[in-house]
Design a protein around this ligand. Sequence first.
Ligand SMILES: [Zn+2]
Length: 589
Amino acid sequence: MEQYIVSARKYRPATFDMVVGQRALTTTLLNAIRTGKLAHAYLFCGPRGVGKTTCARIFAKTITCEHLGENGEPCGECESCRAFDEGRSMNIHELDAASNNSVDDIRELIDQVRIPPQVGRYKVFIIDEVHMLSQQAFNAFLKTLEEPPKYVIFILATTEKHKILPTILSRCQVYDFARITLKSTVDHLKYVAEKEGYTVEEEALNLIAQKADGGMRDALSIFDQMVSFTQGNVTYQATLENLNILDSEYYFRMVDLLLAKNVEESLLLYNEIVEKGFDGGNFIGGLASHFRSLLVSRDAKTLPLLEVSEAQQQRFHEQTMRCRPQFLYRAIRLCNDCDLGYRQSRNKRLQVELCLIQVAEATDDDGAGAGRRPAKILKPLFKQTVAQVAAASAPAAPQMAANVVAPRQATAAKKAPEPQKLATLNLASTSIRIPSARPQQSPASQPTSPQAAPTASTVTTSTPSATAPKVLDTERLILAWQQFANTLPQSEAVTAQRLRAITPEVTSPTSFSITVSNPFIQKAIEKIGKDIRAYIGQELQVPGVSMDIKLAAIDVAVKSYSKPDLFQKMLKDSVALKQLHQIFELEIE
Ligand SMILES: [Zn+2]
Protein backbone atom coordinates (compact mmCIF):
# COMPACT_ATOMS: atom_id res chain seq x y z
CA MET A 1 0.00 0.00 0.00
CA GLU A 2 1.14 3.50 -0.84
CA GLN A 3 2.41 5.44 2.14
CA TYR A 4 0.09 8.26 3.18
CA ILE A 5 1.75 11.67 3.25
CA VAL A 6 -0.09 14.68 4.63
CA SER A 7 -0.87 17.28 1.98
CA ALA A 8 1.06 20.04 3.72
CA ARG A 9 4.23 17.95 3.27
CA LYS A 10 3.42 16.37 -0.06
CA TYR A 11 2.59 19.74 -1.63
CA ARG A 12 5.25 21.75 0.15
CA PRO A 13 6.64 24.06 -2.54
CA ALA A 14 10.12 23.14 -3.79
CA THR A 15 10.74 26.34 -5.73
CA PHE A 16 9.83 30.01 -5.27
CA ASP A 17 7.53 29.66 -8.24
CA MET A 18 5.35 27.20 -6.33
CA VAL A 19 5.01 29.31 -3.20
CA VAL A 20 1.38 30.39 -2.84
CA GLY A 21 0.31 33.93 -2.01
CA GLN A 22 3.71 35.58 -1.41
CA ARG A 23 4.51 36.67 -4.95
CA ALA A 24 6.00 40.11 -4.18
CA LEU A 25 8.25 38.69 -1.54
CA THR A 26 9.54 35.71 -3.52
CA THR A 27 10.26 37.96 -6.51
CA THR A 28 12.41 40.23 -4.32
CA LEU A 29 14.32 37.25 -2.94
CA LEU A 30 14.85 35.82 -6.44
CA ASN A 31 16.13 39.18 -7.68
CA ALA A 32 18.60 39.35 -4.80
CA ILE A 33 19.90 35.91 -5.78
CA ARG A 34 20.12 36.75 -9.50
CA THR A 35 22.03 39.96 -8.87
CA GLY A 36 24.16 38.35 -6.19
CA LYS A 37 23.24 41.02 -3.65
CA LEU A 38 22.81 38.87 -0.58
CA ALA A 39 22.56 40.19 2.96
CA HIS A 40 24.15 38.41 5.90
CA ALA A 41 20.97 38.08 7.82
CA TYR A 42 17.29 37.87 6.95
CA LEU A 43 14.31 38.00 9.24
CA PHE A 44 11.09 36.42 7.99
CA CYS A 45 8.07 37.58 10.03
CA GLY A 46 4.43 36.64 9.74
CA PRO A 47 1.58 34.52 11.07
CA ARG A 48 1.88 30.75 11.36
CA GLY A 49 1.63 28.57 8.29
CA VAL A 50 2.11 31.25 5.64
CA GLY A 51 5.37 29.87 4.24
CA LYS A 52 8.19 31.44 6.26
CA THR A 53 10.12 28.23 6.89
CA THR A 54 9.35 26.92 3.40
CA CYS A 55 10.72 30.10 1.82
CA ALA A 56 13.76 29.98 4.11
CA ARG A 57 14.49 26.44 2.90
CA ILE A 58 13.98 27.29 -0.77
CA PHE A 59 16.18 30.34 -0.33
CA ALA A 60 18.88 28.24 1.34
CA LYS A 61 18.68 25.56 -1.33
CA THR A 62 18.86 28.18 -4.08
CA ILE A 63 21.89 30.05 -2.83
CA THR A 64 23.84 26.85 -2.21
CA CYS A 65 22.96 25.33 -5.64
CA GLU A 66 26.01 24.87 -7.84
CA HIS A 67 24.21 25.29 -11.19
CA LEU A 68 21.45 27.85 -10.79
CA GLY A 69 18.93 27.82 -13.66
CA GLU A 70 18.35 30.80 -15.97
CA ASN A 71 15.24 31.72 -13.98
CA GLY A 72 17.22 31.74 -10.74
CA GLU A 73 15.63 28.53 -9.45
CA PRO A 74 17.82 25.71 -8.05
CA CYS A 75 18.75 22.95 -10.55
CA GLY A 76 17.69 20.09 -8.28
CA GLU A 77 20.46 17.87 -9.69
CA CYS A 78 23.78 19.09 -8.33
CA GLU A 79 25.35 17.54 -5.23
CA SER A 80 24.20 20.42 -3.03
CA CYS A 81 20.59 20.20 -4.24
CA ARG A 82 20.49 16.43 -3.83
CA ALA A 83 22.06 16.62 -0.36
CA PHE A 84 19.40 19.18 0.59
CA ASP A 85 16.54 17.08 -0.81
CA GLU A 86 17.79 14.05 1.09
CA GLY A 87 18.20 16.06 4.28
CA ARG A 88 21.96 15.52 4.61
CA SER A 89 23.28 18.90 3.51
CA MET A 90 26.34 20.04 5.43
CA ASN A 91 25.86 23.64 4.30
CA ILE A 92 22.33 24.16 5.51
CA HIS A 93 21.59 24.01 9.22
CA GLU A 94 18.23 24.36 10.90
CA LEU A 95 17.58 25.16 14.52
CA ASP A 96 14.10 25.17 16.00
CA ALA A 97 14.43 27.72 18.78
CA ALA A 98 11.08 26.69 20.22
CA SER A 99 12.62 23.50 21.59
CA ASN A 100 16.35 24.38 21.49
CA ASN A 101 16.53 27.75 23.12
CA SER A 102 19.36 27.40 25.63
CA VAL A 103 22.69 29.15 25.47
CA ASP A 104 24.33 25.73 24.85
CA ASP A 105 22.23 25.21 21.72
CA ILE A 106 23.40 28.57 20.40
CA ARG A 107 27.05 27.78 21.28
CA GLU A 108 26.81 24.58 19.26
CA LEU A 109 25.46 26.60 16.35
CA ILE A 110 28.25 29.17 16.70
CA ASP A 111 30.81 26.35 16.54
CA GLN A 112 29.29 25.32 13.21
CA VAL A 113 29.41 28.94 12.01
CA ARG A 114 33.18 29.01 12.50
CA ILE A 115 33.81 26.08 10.11
CA PRO A 116 33.91 27.22 6.45
CA PRO A 117 31.90 25.19 3.88
CA GLN A 118 33.74 22.18 2.44
CA VAL A 119 32.02 22.58 -0.92
CA GLY A 120 30.15 25.61 -2.34
CA ARG A 121 30.27 29.24 -1.31
CA TYR A 122 27.71 29.55 1.48
CA LYS A 123 26.65 28.07 4.74
CA VAL A 124 23.05 28.88 5.66
CA PHE A 125 21.64 28.84 9.18
CA ILE A 126 17.87 28.84 9.59
CA ILE A 127 16.65 29.65 13.09
CA ASP A 128 12.92 29.08 13.41
CA GLU A 129 10.82 30.75 16.15
CA VAL A 130 13.83 32.90 16.98
CA HIS A 131 11.84 34.90 19.54
CA MET A 132 11.89 31.83 21.77
CA LEU A 133 15.64 32.05 22.43
CA SER A 134 16.50 32.70 26.06
CA GLN A 135 17.97 36.06 27.00
CA GLN A 136 21.41 34.52 27.42
CA ALA A 137 21.16 32.68 24.11
CA PHE A 138 20.13 35.92 22.43
CA ASN A 139 23.17 37.69 23.80
CA ALA A 140 25.53 34.93 22.74
CA PHE A 141 23.99 34.95 19.27
CA LEU A 142 24.17 38.73 18.91
CA LYS A 143 27.98 38.71 18.85
CA THR A 144 28.00 36.28 15.93
CA LEU A 145 25.33 38.22 14.12
CA GLU A 146 27.36 41.41 14.42
CA GLU A 147 30.41 40.02 12.68
CA PRO A 148 29.58 36.83 10.79
CA PRO A 149 32.14 35.14 8.52
CA LYS A 150 31.68 36.02 4.84
CA TYR A 151 30.35 32.60 3.89
CA VAL A 152 27.53 32.64 6.46
CA ILE A 153 23.93 33.64 5.86
CA PHE A 154 21.37 33.65 8.66
CA ILE A 155 17.66 33.30 8.04
CA LEU A 156 15.64 33.95 11.17
CA ALA A 157 11.91 33.28 11.26
CA THR A 158 9.37 34.41 13.81
CA THR A 159 5.65 34.75 14.33
CA GLU A 160 6.25 37.49 16.91
CA LYS A 161 8.28 40.31 15.46
CA HIS A 162 7.61 42.57 18.45
CA LYS A 163 9.59 40.20 20.66
CA ILE A 164 12.75 40.59 18.58
CA LEU A 165 15.34 42.92 20.11
CA PRO A 166 15.98 46.11 18.14
CA THR A 167 19.68 45.23 18.03
CA ILE A 168 18.80 42.10 16.05
CA LEU A 169 16.16 43.78 13.89
CA SER A 170 18.62 46.44 12.80
CA ARG A 171 21.08 43.81 11.56
CA CYS A 172 18.58 41.92 9.42
CA GLN A 173 16.79 42.47 6.16
CA VAL A 174 13.20 42.15 7.29
CA TYR A 175 10.53 40.44 5.19
CA ASP A 176 6.93 40.57 6.33
CA PHE A 177 4.90 37.60 5.15
CA ALA A 178 1.24 38.35 4.58
CA ARG A 179 -1.71 36.15 5.43
CA ILE A 180 -2.59 34.16 2.35
CA THR A 181 -5.78 35.47 0.77
CA LEU A 182 -8.91 33.38 0.73
CA LYS A 183 -8.80 33.12 -3.05
CA SER A 184 -5.18 31.95 -3.16
CA THR A 185 -5.92 29.34 -0.51
CA VAL A 186 -9.01 28.08 -2.34
CA ASP A 187 -7.14 27.94 -5.65
CA HIS A 188 -4.34 25.92 -4.09
CA LEU A 189 -6.77 23.51 -2.41
CA LYS A 190 -8.49 23.07 -5.78
CA TYR A 191 -5.13 22.26 -7.34
CA VAL A 192 -4.36 19.67 -4.67
CA ALA A 193 -7.86 18.15 -4.99
CA GLU A 194 -7.45 17.87 -8.74
CA LYS A 195 -4.04 16.20 -8.41
CA GLU A 196 -5.40 13.72 -5.88
CA GLY A 197 -8.65 13.09 -7.76
CA TYR A 198 -11.04 14.24 -5.02
CA THR A 199 -14.49 15.69 -5.65
CA VAL A 200 -14.87 19.05 -3.93
CA GLU A 201 -17.49 21.77 -3.72
CA GLU A 202 -16.02 25.23 -4.01
CA GLU A 203 -18.13 26.53 -1.09
CA ALA A 204 -16.61 23.80 1.07
CA LEU A 205 -13.10 24.97 0.17
CA ASN A 206 -14.19 28.51 1.04
CA LEU A 207 -15.18 27.34 4.51
CA ILE A 208 -11.87 25.57 4.98
CA ALA A 209 -9.95 28.65 3.85
CA GLN A 210 -11.96 30.86 6.20
CA LYS A 211 -11.31 28.52 9.10
CA ALA A 212 -7.58 28.45 8.32
CA ASP A 213 -7.55 32.26 8.42
CA GLY A 214 -4.67 32.89 6.05
CA GLY A 215 -2.48 29.93 6.97
CA MET A 216 -1.82 27.44 4.18
CA ARG A 217 -0.49 24.73 6.47
CA ASP A 218 -3.67 24.85 8.54
CA ALA A 219 -5.81 24.92 5.39
CA LEU A 220 -4.14 21.81 4.03
CA SER A 221 -4.39 19.95 7.30
CA ILE A 222 -8.10 20.78 7.65
CA PHE A 223 -8.49 19.73 4.02
CA ASP A 224 -6.87 16.35 4.81
CA GLN A 225 -9.27 15.87 7.73
CA MET A 226 -12.25 16.64 5.52
CA VAL A 227 -11.05 14.29 2.80
CA SER A 228 -10.74 11.44 5.24
CA PHE A 229 -14.07 12.27 6.88
CA THR A 230 -15.93 12.41 3.58
CA GLN A 231 -13.89 9.75 1.80
CA GLY A 232 -12.82 12.08 -0.92
CA ASN A 233 -16.16 13.81 -1.57
CA VAL A 234 -15.86 17.15 0.20
CA THR A 235 -19.30 18.76 0.28
CA TYR A 236 -20.35 22.07 1.83
CA GLN A 237 -22.79 20.41 4.23
CA ALA A 238 -20.30 17.85 5.48
CA THR A 239 -17.68 20.55 5.97
CA LEU A 240 -20.07 22.72 7.98
CA GLU A 241 -20.87 19.82 10.25
CA ASN A 242 -17.34 18.59 10.66
CA LEU A 243 -15.77 21.97 11.29
CA ASN A 244 -18.58 23.04 13.58
CA ILE A 245 -19.07 26.24 11.60
CA LEU A 246 -22.38 28.03 11.81
CA ASP A 247 -23.91 28.22 8.34
CA SER A 248 -23.76 31.84 7.14
CA GLU A 249 -27.46 31.38 6.33
CA TYR A 250 -28.16 31.89 10.05
CA TYR A 251 -26.45 35.27 10.06
CA PHE A 252 -28.39 36.40 7.00
CA ARG A 253 -31.62 35.29 8.64
CA MET A 254 -30.71 36.93 11.95
CA VAL A 255 -29.96 40.28 10.30
CA ASP A 256 -33.23 40.10 8.36
CA LEU A 257 -35.10 39.61 11.63
CA LEU A 258 -33.24 42.43 13.36
CA LEU A 259 -33.88 44.75 10.43
CA ALA A 260 -37.57 43.94 10.78
CA LYS A 261 -37.25 44.68 14.53
CA ASN A 262 -38.60 41.22 15.16
CA VAL A 263 -37.01 40.71 18.56
CA GLU A 264 -39.03 37.63 19.51
CA GLU A 265 -38.09 35.68 16.38
CA SER A 266 -34.47 36.75 16.69
CA LEU A 267 -34.33 35.37 20.23
CA LEU A 268 -35.92 32.14 19.05
CA LEU A 269 -33.41 31.88 16.23
CA TYR A 270 -30.60 32.44 18.72
CA ASN A 271 -32.10 29.70 20.85
CA GLU A 272 -32.07 27.37 17.85
CA ILE A 273 -28.39 28.16 17.30
CA VAL A 274 -27.54 27.49 20.94
CA GLU A 275 -29.48 24.24 20.84
CA LYS A 276 -27.44 23.12 17.86
CA GLY A 277 -24.49 23.30 20.23
CA PHE A 278 -22.88 26.54 19.07
CA ASP A 279 -21.13 28.75 21.57
CA GLY A 280 -22.72 32.16 22.10
CA GLY A 281 -19.34 33.86 22.04
CA ASN A 282 -18.54 32.42 18.62
CA PHE A 283 -21.97 33.39 17.41
CA ILE A 284 -21.64 37.01 18.46
CA GLY A 285 -18.16 37.18 16.94
CA GLY A 286 -19.59 35.73 13.74
CA LEU A 287 -22.44 38.23 13.76
CA ALA A 288 -19.93 41.08 14.17
CA SER A 289 -18.00 39.74 11.14
CA HIS A 290 -21.23 39.50 9.21
CA PHE A 291 -22.02 43.17 9.90
CA ARG A 292 -18.49 44.07 8.90
CA SER A 293 -18.93 42.15 5.63
CA LEU A 294 -22.17 44.05 5.04
CA LEU A 295 -20.36 47.32 5.62
CA VAL A 296 -17.48 46.66 3.24
CA SER A 297 -19.77 45.30 0.54
CA ARG A 298 -21.55 48.65 0.27
CA ASP A 299 -18.82 50.28 -1.73
CA ALA A 300 -16.80 49.09 -4.72
CA LYS A 301 -13.72 50.59 -3.06
CA THR A 302 -13.97 48.42 0.04
CA LEU A 303 -15.31 45.36 -1.76
CA PRO A 304 -11.84 43.75 -2.00
CA LEU A 305 -11.87 43.57 1.83
CA LEU A 306 -14.74 41.10 1.59
CA GLU A 307 -13.25 37.62 1.46
CA VAL A 308 -16.12 35.45 0.29
CA SER A 309 -17.17 33.61 -2.85
CA GLU A 310 -18.91 35.53 -5.65
CA ALA A 311 -22.29 34.00 -4.87
CA GLN A 312 -21.92 35.19 -1.27
CA GLN A 313 -20.83 38.65 -2.40
CA GLN A 314 -24.13 39.01 -4.20
CA ARG A 315 -26.04 38.07 -1.06
CA PHE A 316 -24.13 40.54 1.08
CA HIS A 317 -24.75 43.24 -1.48
CA GLU A 318 -28.47 42.53 -1.50
CA GLN A 319 -28.72 42.65 2.29
CA THR A 320 -26.53 45.67 2.81
CA MET A 321 -28.66 47.73 0.45
CA ARG A 322 -31.45 47.35 2.98
CA CYS A 323 -29.30 48.70 5.85
CA ARG A 324 -28.30 52.27 6.57
CA PRO A 325 -24.58 52.76 7.24
CA GLN A 326 -25.31 54.25 10.67
CA PHE A 327 -27.14 51.08 11.60
CA LEU A 328 -24.15 48.98 10.53
CA TYR A 329 -21.66 51.13 12.49
CA ARG A 330 -23.77 50.80 15.58
CA ALA A 331 -24.44 47.09 15.12
CA ILE A 332 -20.73 46.38 14.75
CA ARG A 333 -20.00 48.34 17.90
CA LEU A 334 -22.73 46.63 19.88
CA CYS A 335 -21.62 43.16 18.78
CA ASN A 336 -18.01 43.98 19.46
CA ASP A 337 -18.82 45.29 22.94
CA CYS A 338 -20.85 42.18 23.63
CA ASP A 339 -17.99 40.02 22.42
CA LEU A 340 -15.55 41.82 24.72
CA GLY A 341 -17.81 41.49 27.75
CA TYR A 342 -18.91 37.95 26.96
CA ARG A 343 -16.13 36.02 28.71
CA GLN A 344 -16.56 37.91 31.95
CA SER A 345 -20.31 37.98 31.91
CA ARG A 346 -22.07 36.01 34.60
CA ASN A 347 -25.08 35.49 32.42
CA LYS A 348 -23.68 34.93 28.97
CA ARG A 349 -26.94 34.16 27.33
CA LEU A 350 -28.56 37.36 28.56
CA GLN A 351 -25.51 39.27 27.34
CA VAL A 352 -26.09 38.04 23.78
CA GLU A 353 -29.84 38.53 23.96
CA LEU A 354 -29.46 42.09 25.15
CA CYS A 355 -27.11 42.73 22.31
CA LEU A 356 -29.67 41.42 19.79
CA ILE A 357 -32.34 43.63 21.33
CA GLN A 358 -30.06 46.65 21.13
CA VAL A 359 -29.18 45.96 17.51
CA ALA A 360 -32.88 45.71 16.66
CA GLU A 361 -33.27 49.05 18.43
CA ALA A 362 -30.48 50.56 16.37
CA THR A 363 -32.55 50.18 13.20
CA ASP A 364 -34.43 53.29 14.36
CA ASP A 365 -31.36 55.44 14.12
CA ASP A 366 -32.32 58.42 12.01
CA GLY A 367 -28.82 58.84 10.66
CA ALA A 368 -28.21 62.15 12.42
CA GLY A 369 -25.06 60.69 13.93
CA ALA A 370 -24.41 57.67 16.07
CA GLY A 371 -24.07 59.63 19.29
CA ARG A 372 -27.28 61.66 19.27
CA ARG A 373 -30.50 59.90 18.67
CA PRO A 374 -34.02 60.95 19.43
CA ALA A 375 -35.91 59.09 22.11
CA LYS A 376 -36.83 55.53 21.15
CA ILE A 377 -39.60 53.27 22.17
CA LEU A 378 -38.68 49.69 22.80
CA LYS A 379 -41.21 46.96 22.66
CA PRO A 380 -41.30 45.31 26.08
CA LEU A 381 -40.04 41.82 25.82
CA PHE A 382 -41.47 40.37 28.96
CA LYS A 383 -45.08 41.32 28.39
CA GLN A 384 -46.54 39.33 31.24
CA THR A 385 -44.32 40.62 33.96
CA VAL A 386 -44.47 44.16 32.72
CA ALA A 387 -48.23 44.01 32.61
CA GLN A 388 -48.32 42.57 36.11
CA VAL A 389 -46.09 45.30 37.44
CA ALA A 390 -48.18 47.92 35.74
CA ALA A 391 -51.36 46.48 37.16
CA ALA A 392 -49.97 46.17 40.63
CA SER A 393 -48.41 49.58 40.88
CA ALA A 394 -50.85 51.70 38.88
CA PRO A 395 -54.40 50.68 39.60
CA ALA A 396 -55.68 53.69 37.67
CA ALA A 397 -58.97 53.47 35.78
CA PRO A 398 -58.46 52.00 32.30
CA GLN A 399 -60.18 54.99 30.75
CA MET A 400 -57.67 57.35 32.21
CA ALA A 401 -54.79 55.23 31.02
CA ALA A 402 -56.18 55.22 27.53
CA ASN A 403 -56.26 59.00 27.56
CA VAL A 404 -52.65 59.20 28.46
CA VAL A 405 -51.67 56.69 25.84
CA ALA A 406 -53.42 58.27 22.92
CA PRO A 407 -51.12 61.26 22.31
CA ARG A 408 -48.06 59.10 22.71
CA GLN A 409 -49.31 56.77 20.10
CA ALA A 410 -49.82 59.67 17.76
CA THR A 411 -46.25 60.92 18.12
CA ALA A 412 -44.80 57.45 17.90
CA ALA A 413 -46.70 56.58 14.75
CA LYS A 414 -45.10 59.48 12.93
CA LYS A 415 -41.63 58.15 13.56
CA ALA A 416 -42.01 54.42 13.13
CA PRO A 417 -43.31 52.52 10.15
CA GLU A 418 -45.18 49.93 12.19
CA PRO A 419 -47.94 51.64 14.19
CA GLN A 420 -49.62 48.33 14.84
CA LYS A 421 -46.76 46.95 16.85
CA LEU A 422 -46.30 50.20 18.71
CA ALA A 423 -49.94 50.18 19.69
CA THR A 424 -49.60 46.88 21.50
CA LEU A 425 -46.62 48.00 23.45
CA ASN A 426 -48.15 51.29 24.47
CA LEU A 427 -51.19 49.60 25.93
CA ALA A 428 -49.11 48.46 28.83
CA SER A 429 -48.02 52.09 29.21
CA THR A 430 -44.59 50.92 30.24
CA SER A 431 -42.68 51.79 27.10
CA ILE A 432 -39.02 52.51 27.62
CA ARG A 433 -37.34 55.45 26.00
CA ILE A 434 -33.70 54.96 25.33
CA PRO A 435 -31.71 57.98 24.25
CA SER A 436 -28.15 57.05 23.38
CA ALA A 437 -26.67 60.22 24.81
CA ARG A 438 -26.76 60.96 28.49
CA PRO A 439 -30.02 62.52 29.59
CA GLN A 440 -29.97 66.29 29.47
CA GLN A 441 -33.65 67.06 29.72
CA SER A 442 -36.02 66.52 32.56
CA PRO A 443 -38.80 64.04 31.82
CA ALA A 444 -41.36 66.85 31.72
CA SER A 445 -39.74 68.55 28.74
CA GLN A 446 -39.58 65.40 26.62
CA PRO A 447 -41.53 65.70 23.39
CA THR A 448 -43.35 62.46 24.09
CA SER A 449 -44.66 63.74 27.40
CA PRO A 450 -48.44 63.81 27.42
CA GLN A 451 -48.42 67.38 28.72
CA ALA A 452 -46.92 68.61 25.49
CA ALA A 453 -49.46 66.74 23.40
CA PRO A 454 -52.38 68.55 21.73
CA THR A 455 -54.98 66.63 23.72
CA ALA A 456 -53.48 67.76 27.00
CA SER A 457 -56.80 69.08 28.25
CA THR A 458 -58.14 65.55 28.68
CA VAL A 459 -55.36 64.53 30.98
CA THR A 460 -54.99 67.56 33.18
CA THR A 461 -56.62 65.66 36.01
CA SER A 462 -53.96 63.02 35.92
CA THR A 463 -50.29 63.77 35.44
CA PRO A 464 -48.17 61.06 33.83
CA SER A 465 -46.43 60.34 37.09
CA ALA A 466 -49.75 59.33 38.57
CA THR A 467 -50.35 56.61 36.00
CA ALA A 468 -46.82 55.51 35.11
CA PRO A 469 -45.40 52.82 37.39
CA LYS A 470 -43.06 54.53 39.80
CA VAL A 471 -41.31 51.41 40.93
CA LEU A 472 -38.21 49.67 39.68
CA ASP A 473 -38.70 46.43 37.89
CA THR A 474 -35.96 44.00 37.22
CA GLU A 475 -36.09 43.60 33.46
CA ARG A 476 -36.24 47.29 32.71
CA LEU A 477 -33.56 47.97 35.29
CA ILE A 478 -31.20 45.50 33.61
CA LEU A 479 -31.88 47.01 30.20
CA ALA A 480 -31.38 50.59 31.43
CA TRP A 481 -28.20 49.50 33.18
CA GLN A 482 -26.77 48.06 29.97
CA GLN A 483 -27.91 51.13 28.05
CA PHE A 484 -26.12 53.35 30.52
CA ALA A 485 -22.92 51.40 29.90
CA ASN A 486 -23.33 52.20 26.20
CA THR A 487 -23.56 55.93 26.85
CA LEU A 488 -20.11 56.07 28.39
CA PRO A 489 -17.46 57.67 26.16
CA GLN A 490 -14.64 55.66 24.60
CA SER A 491 -12.26 56.89 27.33
CA GLU A 492 -14.40 55.02 29.86
CA ALA A 493 -14.39 51.77 27.90
CA VAL A 494 -13.00 49.76 30.80
CA THR A 495 -15.68 50.96 33.17
CA ALA A 496 -18.33 50.33 30.53
CA GLN A 497 -17.13 46.78 30.15
CA ARG A 498 -17.22 46.25 33.90
CA LEU A 499 -20.73 47.62 34.07
CA ARG A 500 -21.91 45.27 31.35
CA ALA A 501 -20.71 42.29 33.34
CA ILE A 502 -22.82 43.32 36.33
CA THR A 503 -26.48 42.44 36.78
CA PRO A 504 -28.28 44.90 39.06
CA GLU A 505 -30.95 43.59 41.41
CA VAL A 506 -34.06 45.36 42.63
CA THR A 507 -34.11 45.57 46.43
CA SER A 508 -37.07 47.90 47.00
CA PRO A 509 -39.49 49.89 44.84
CA THR A 510 -36.92 52.68 44.49
CA SER A 511 -33.61 51.03 45.20
CA PHE A 512 -31.39 48.41 43.68
CA SER A 513 -28.09 46.84 44.48
CA ILE A 514 -25.12 45.57 42.55
CA THR A 515 -22.37 43.22 43.60
CA VAL A 516 -18.80 43.83 42.51
CA SER A 517 -15.79 41.58 42.83
CA ASN A 518 -13.24 44.04 44.21
CA PRO A 519 -12.83 47.45 45.88
CA PHE A 520 -11.33 49.05 42.75
CA ILE A 521 -14.43 48.39 40.71
CA GLN A 522 -16.48 49.54 43.68
CA LYS A 523 -14.62 52.88 43.73
CA ALA A 524 -14.88 53.28 39.95
CA ILE A 525 -18.63 52.78 40.03
CA GLU A 526 -19.12 54.96 43.10
CA LYS A 527 -17.50 57.77 41.13
CA ILE A 528 -20.19 57.68 38.46
CA GLY A 529 -22.95 56.57 40.86
CA LYS A 530 -24.76 59.88 40.57
CA ASP A 531 -24.90 59.63 36.78
CA ILE A 532 -26.09 56.04 36.94
CA ARG A 533 -28.89 56.89 39.37
CA ALA A 534 -29.95 59.90 37.32
CA TYR A 535 -29.99 57.88 34.11
CA ILE A 536 -31.93 54.97 35.55
CA GLY A 537 -34.29 57.32 37.37
CA GLN A 538 -35.13 59.02 34.11
CA GLU A 539 -35.30 55.90 31.97
CA LEU A 540 -37.62 54.10 34.35
CA GLN A 541 -39.37 57.25 35.51
CA VAL A 542 -38.64 56.44 39.10
CA PRO A 543 -37.47 59.53 40.99
CA GLY A 544 -34.98 59.25 43.84
CA VAL A 545 -33.48 55.92 42.85
CA SER A 546 -30.81 54.68 45.22
CA MET A 547 -28.04 52.23 44.47
CA ASP A 548 -26.20 50.01 46.91
CA ILE A 549 -22.79 48.70 45.87
CA LYS A 550 -21.90 45.47 47.60
CA LEU A 551 -18.54 43.83 47.66
CA ALA A 552 -18.67 40.13 46.78
CA ALA A 553 -17.41 37.56 49.24
CA ILE A 554 -13.90 36.39 48.46
CA ASP A 555 -13.47 34.25 45.39
CA VAL A 556 -12.37 31.16 47.27
CA ALA A 557 -15.79 30.71 48.76
CA VAL A 558 -17.41 30.89 45.37
CA LYS A 559 -15.02 28.45 43.81
CA SER A 560 -15.99 25.74 46.21
CA TYR A 561 -19.37 25.46 44.54
CA SER A 562 -19.80 23.13 41.61
CA LYS A 563 -21.35 24.79 38.57
CA PRO A 564 -24.89 23.49 39.12
CA ASP A 565 -24.62 24.37 42.85
CA LEU A 566 -23.52 27.85 41.95
CA PHE A 567 -26.39 28.22 39.55
CA GLN A 568 -28.83 27.18 42.26
CA LYS A 569 -27.26 29.66 44.65
CA MET A 570 -27.46 32.42 42.05
CA LEU A 571 -31.10 31.56 41.44
CA LYS A 572 -31.76 32.01 45.13
CA ASP A 573 -29.88 35.31 45.27
CA SER A 574 -31.11 36.92 42.10
CA VAL A 575 -34.72 37.68 41.32
CA ALA A 576 -33.73 38.60 37.78
CA LEU A 577 -32.06 35.31 37.12
CA LYS A 578 -34.95 33.40 38.62
CA GLN A 579 -37.38 35.08 36.27
CA LEU A 580 -35.11 34.50 33.29
CA HIS A 581 -34.67 30.92 34.36
CA GLN A 582 -38.43 30.47 34.27
CA ILE A 583 -39.12 32.39 31.09
CA PHE A 584 -36.29 31.03 28.96
CA GLU A 585 -35.73 27.78 30.80
CA LEU A 586 -32.06 28.66 31.19
CA GLU A 587 -29.75 25.86 32.21
CA ILE A 588 -26.14 25.87 33.22
CA GLU A 589 -23.83 24.47 30.53
ZN1 LIG B 1 21.57 22.61 -7.73
